[in-house]
Design a protein around this ligand. Structure first.
Ligand SMILES: [Zn+2]
Ligand SMILES: [Zn+2]
Length: 369
């Protein structure tokens, strides 16, 4: 089942568009400072789904006056992250000596599974609740989640609830102090720097106020959280190493450094580009007043997560893009899961709403294709 939502915006108040609302609340988009009025549907209008409103930008939030707090470095993360990247770079010379099947394993299968975890589970399901999943699919995604091992602060802990909490405050307080990877603090900070310093007190304060009851009620998420460290060691490091070593006789050194360490570093950076490059470089066809952009390169690495101006404008759309399968492997995968009966209730914004949004708030780039 596909839910198509018509969210009224300023231009969309025209009578010929399908009406979906009963009441509406008003907010002012502020990221670009233009102060444009935008009307959004309230929770009731959106089917009573909390996931469709608690990731909408919060206009009531104001940054605290006075000087910014001093940066407090997390030296353990700095050392471990530096060693990890230096190790991956240094071992690039192993690539020509590796068996082709090992490279295929490392750069395709593991990367794909890891990306599936980030984009399908923690992001589109748990952060935005943009579709529903069956138990077998959730178990599969929990395994892929451990394979991805997104690092946090401290280094060893960034399970689904924590990832989802950070992502919620990113949407609600985008480009402000309460945004964990506030892109106005520069490319490096939004890419990886935010993992190397203590969080701003507003990130912690606002994050604590979020309702994460649905995640706590999910047995698969809680089981994975309970055994997270063990599952990370098994799925992120042991499994990718042991398969080439045991099944096609790859050397232990190549098995450790190519499908495990190098794949892991590439996957981390592909994910981080959504927070950095996709907040700085590209067009703004849906909302000129926010920083997130439509970046043409990021979707290649993040398998469909680079349509970021669209995503921040319509965070509850399961496809995170207007264009379906176009450069969006994850959407194709979710559609396949729906076909197999393993996923359902995908939320999608109507073409009329998207067009109205573009005309009302976009930068006009959609006219040039
Ligand atoms: Zn973003
Ligand atoms: Zn998001």
């Amino acid at each position: 089942m596909l839910f198509v939502f018509n969210v009224p915006s300023q231009l969309q108040l025209s009578k010929d568009l399908p009406s979906f609302t009963t009441t509406a609340t008003t907010r002012t988009t502020r990221n670009g400072g233009a102060g444009m009025e935008k009307t959004l549907s309230n929770q009731e209008d959106l089917g009573g789904d909390q996931g469709m409103t608690d990731d909408i930008f919060d206009e009531s939030y104001c940054e605290k006056d006075g000087p910014k707090p001093a940066r407090r470095y997390v030296w353990r993360n700095i050392v471990l992250m530096s060693l990890l990247h230096l190790r991956a770079l240094y071992r690039l010379w192993l690539i020509p000596a590796a068996k082709p099947v090992t490279l295929a394993w490392g750069k395709f299968l593991c990367f794909l599974l890891s990306a599936l975890r980030i984009t399908m589970k923690a992001h589109r399901i748990w952060s935005h609740r943009s579709y529903k999943t069956s138990l077998p699919l959730r178990i599969f995604l929990a395994i892929a989640n451990s394979m991805a091992f997104q690092v946090g602060i401290p280094f060893a802990s960034f399970h689904v609830p924590q990832w989802a909490r950070d992502h919620h405050v990113h949407h609600k307080f985008s480009e402000m102090d309460a945004d964990p990877h506030n892109a106005t603090r520069g490319f490096f900070f939004s890419h990886v720097g935010w993992l190397l310093v203590r969080k701003h007190s507003d990130v912690i304060e606002k994050g604590r106020k979020l309702d994460m009851a649905d995640l706590k009620a999910d047995k698969v998420v809680m089981f994975q959280r309970r055994f997270y460290k063990l599952s990370v060691v098994a799925m992120c490091f042991l499994f990718p190493t042991l398969v080439p070593w045991c099944f096609w006789g790859e050397s232990l050194r190549n098995s450790i450094f190519l499908p495990t360490i190098l794949r892991y570093v590439l996957m981390l950076n592909a994910t981080w580009l959504v927070n950095s490059a996709a907040h700085m470089f590209g067009n703004q066809p849906y909302d000129l007043n926010i920083n997130p952009r439509e970046n043409r390169l990021v979707p290649f690495g993040a398998l469909g997560e680079g349509f970021h101006n669209y995503h921040h404008t319509f965070p509850y759309d399961y496809s995170t893009s207007e264009f379906g399968w176009h450069y969006n492997f994850i959407t194709a995968f979710i559609d396949l899961m729906c076909l197999l009966g393993l996923a359902s209730d995908c939320k999608k914004v109507s073409k009329e709403t998207i067009l109205a949004q573009k005309i009302c708030s976009g930068d006009g780039s959609h006219k040039s294709g």
